[in-house]
Design a protein around this ligand. Structure first.
Ligand code: NDP
Length: 329
């Protein structure tokens, strides 16, 4: 496993990491979650991604139990949580969003089930225009100062709001965000490659990128229909995607990109999933690519992508750019 700096911070994060969205506490059994987390850790993955909203908090409970039973020392892994969406259906006021109240309560609510004293990474899961930027930056900075959080960041914030957060932190001598968690894949690339381009050198911003396979689409698994045990079989928004509608930030054109990408991957001698993951890894502004998997065989395959980056020659990259022109966001 290779390790990269999280932006200009001192933190080393494995270039492939592992997240629990949709799977832990929901789609898969707890035993499978345990096998996956152990497999990831044994392969050198040191960052496990979570959020208050994943399975309404059950994902944090499942991960916390596995970590507590693992015997791994706390200095060998990094755990995140994120606040914004809340952890209940039909939330009351202040149970969602980025108010000081919710950010602090969501931090405590993550630490308890995760059975941790501090979160390594804590994200504002989306922007919240209803809260002053000073309140957000001050609260996240306070959580860092209190030792409850080591590094704070944003997820899917527009570049101008990230800049505003840095300017606010500088003006008030507060701690600025360190990382952003954006979607990034062969079909969703504009924000990471264009919108954020000035932020990497200006602020040393790190990125922990999500849905590298566009929720599984880029593995090619849906080419001959929908496998009954897949996430698409259980998720309405993904089915809408397959009907050509944009969903969850993935453009409706994405399914059309799958076959042309697979042809370029085959010419490069790679299965589609490994190709798509290696393509994310080739970007030096990506600190870590967060993998998702519902079974160990998927994770085993995906971990091979780290060794595939050298196969993405300039000719291969040009071919995939051409194959996906007009099909990505
Ligand atoms: P992917 O795009 O990689 O999708 C993962 C899913 O694709 C798996 O659960 C599995 O689904 C399928 N899959 C994975 N590998 C293979 C393979 N080799 N062959 C066939 N199918 C495969 O990532 P996720 O969408 O899961 O996102 C990764 C992580 O990013 C999340 O767990 C979460 O931590 C984070 N995230 C953050 C968000 C944010 O807003 N900050 C939003 C979304 C995710 P199946 O069960 O169908 O087989």
């Amino acid at each position: 496993m290779n390790y990269r700096k999280l932006g200009s911070s001192g933190l080393l994060v494995s270039e492939l990491s592992f997240g629990s969205w949709i799977t832990f506490g929901a789609q898969i059994e707890n035993d499978t979650s345990k096998q996956l987390l152990h497999h990831a850790y044994d392969a050198g993955i040191n960052f496990f991604d979570n959020a208050e909203t994943y399975a309404n908090g059950r994902s944090e409970e499942v991960m916390g139990r596995i970590l507590a039973d693992s015997g791994w020392t706390r200095d060998t892994y990094i755990v995140s949580s994120k606040a914004y969406f809340g952890a209940v259906d039909n939330p009351r006021p202040n149970q969602t969003g980025l108010s000081r109240k919710h950010l602090v309560e969501a931090c405590h609510a993550a630490l308890r089930p995760l059975r941790l004293d501090y979160l390594d990474l804590y994200y504002c899961h989306r922007p919240d225009a209803s809260v002053p930027i000073f309140e957000i930056v001050r609260t996240m900075s306070d959580l860092v100062a209190q030792g409850k959080v080591l590094y704070w960041g944003t997820s899917e914030w527009p570049a101008d709001l990230i800049i505003a957060a840095h300017e606010c932190a500088e003006r008030h001598h507060l701690i600025p965000p360190v990382m952003e968690q954006p979607q990034y894949s062969l079909v969703v690339r504009d924000r990471v490659e264009r919108e954020y381009a000035p932020l990497y050198s200006r602020y040393g911003m790190g990125t922990t990128t999500w849905s590298p396979l566009a929720a599984g689409l880029l593995s090619g698994k849906y080419t001959d229909g929908i496998p009954v045990d897949s996430r698409l079989a259980q998720t309405a928004w993904l089915r809408a995607l397959m009907e050509g509608k944009s969903a969850n930030g993935i453009p409706g054109t994405a399914p059309k990109a799958v076959a042309p990408i697979a042809r370029v991957a085959a010419a490069a001698g790679l299965p589609p999933a490994r190709f798509a993951l290696a393509w994310c890894l080739r970007n030096p502004n990506v600190s870590t690519v967060i993998l998702g998997a519902s079974r160990v065989e998927q994770l085993t395959e995906n971990l091979l992508a780290a060794g595939d980056v050298a196969k993405l020659t300039p000719d291969v990259l040009a071919a995939v750019d051409q194959a996906t022109a007009g099909l990505h966001a």
